[in-house]
Design a protein around this ligand. Structure first.
Ligand SMILES: C[S@@+](CC[C@H](N)C(=O)[O-])C[C@H]1O[C@@H](n2cnc3c(N)ncnc32)[C@H](O)[C@@H]1O
Length: 288
């Protein structure tokens, strides 16, 4: 088995079904070698700081909120697309799991952290057969790096079994404003973390309407925003910590606040363009 696995596979225990999955050549401009290299180079250079940047109480609370939303949906055979440093495994430990990323460094660190299977590949051409996984997850932004999202979603659906689930978190229009904006805008709109997404790399930022259209072929589609105000609360909390030496707000505080928002906001205010994150949960129909 070891000899036939590609060099870019960071675990030699995962039975990658190479013989049944011809790797399709993707030649469109949107997934050109130059563009993929630019994304990979950016994330290769980010790994040292990446995990530190996302360990704040607010970020931990966001993880808990999406984990809560998908707790009964994640199957036992899971592919994690754009897996980064593998932190989906902090919340879930599927029986069978493979993480996939375009960045060698991200996949390598993920494997060092979690010891599970991670491969380096382009999400537009997943090296797996049709109907192979119960669930495809893609957390915190990978689909926003696709400039051909319709094709990408078809490719995601291909590797999930009928009735299997698709869980993705695209970047929102609110994050776009933060990304391009001043330091103050970044802090309020997207948090201080928006430096971890490089504004030089073109991305697609989503609204609720765009996501409705993108996932129109799926069943049981649920599109939710996560964290509508907590960036503001986090900024206020930081000031109170600095000026009055106050203890930071807890993970539980932010978590409860975000769950309260989800339950109590009006539908017209709950659009993902107003939220720091979006999550889409959908089910692959019997036939797409
Ligand atoms: C913001 S990170 C999210 C990482 C991880 N899912 C998490 O929750 O922390 C976006 C990831 O998408 C990956 N990515 C972007 N374009 C990709 C592509 N075409 N194929 C595979 N991975 C890609 C990047 O390398 C990066 O690791």
């Amino acid at each position: 088995m070891q000899e036939i696995l590609p060099d870019n596979t960071y675990s030699h225990s995962y039975p990658i079904p190479t013989s049944t999955s011809p790797i399709r050549l993707v030649t469109s401009e949107t997934t050109s070698f130059e563009r993929l290299s630019q994304i990979a180079a950016f994330y290769d250079s980010e790994t040292e700081e990446y995990d530190n940047g996302y360990s704040t109480p607010l970020c931990q609370a966001e993880d808990r909120v999406w984990s809560h939303l998908i707790q009964n949906i994640v199957g036992s055979k899971v592919i994690d697309v754009g897996c980064g440093t593998g932190d989906f495994l902090k919340s879930f430990q599927p029986i069978e799991y493979v993480g996939l990323d375009i960045s060698h460094q991200m996949a390598k660190i993920a494997h060092q952290k979690y010891g599970r299977a991670f491969i380096v590949a382009n999400m537009h051409s997943l090296p797996f057969p049709d109907n192979y996984f119960d669930t495809l997850v893609s957390m915190y932004g990978p689909i926003s790096y696709s400039l051909a999202p319709q094709e990408l979603i078809q490719e995601f659906a291909r590797v999930i079994r009928p009735e299997g689930s698709l869980i993705v978190m695209p970047y929102t229009k609110r994050v776009e404003k933060g990304e391009g904006g001043s330091i103050s805008e970044k802090r309020i709109l997207a948090g201080d973390y928006s430096t971890a997404i490089n504004p030089d790399i073109k991305k697609v930022f989503y609204s609720t309407q765009m996501l409705k259209e993108l996932f129109s072929g799926f069943d049981d589609v649920s599109i939710m925003g996560i964290n509508f105000t907590a960036n503001g609360i986090e900024q206020a909390d930081k000031i109170l910590q600095r000026v009055f030496k106050k203890e930071p707000l807890s993970v539980e505080f932010y978590q409860n606040y975000m769950l309260w928002e989800l339950e109590n906001m009006d539908d017209k205010d709950r659009l993902v363009e107003y939220a720091r994150h979006a999550i889409v949960i959908a089910r692959k129909p019997g036939k797409l």
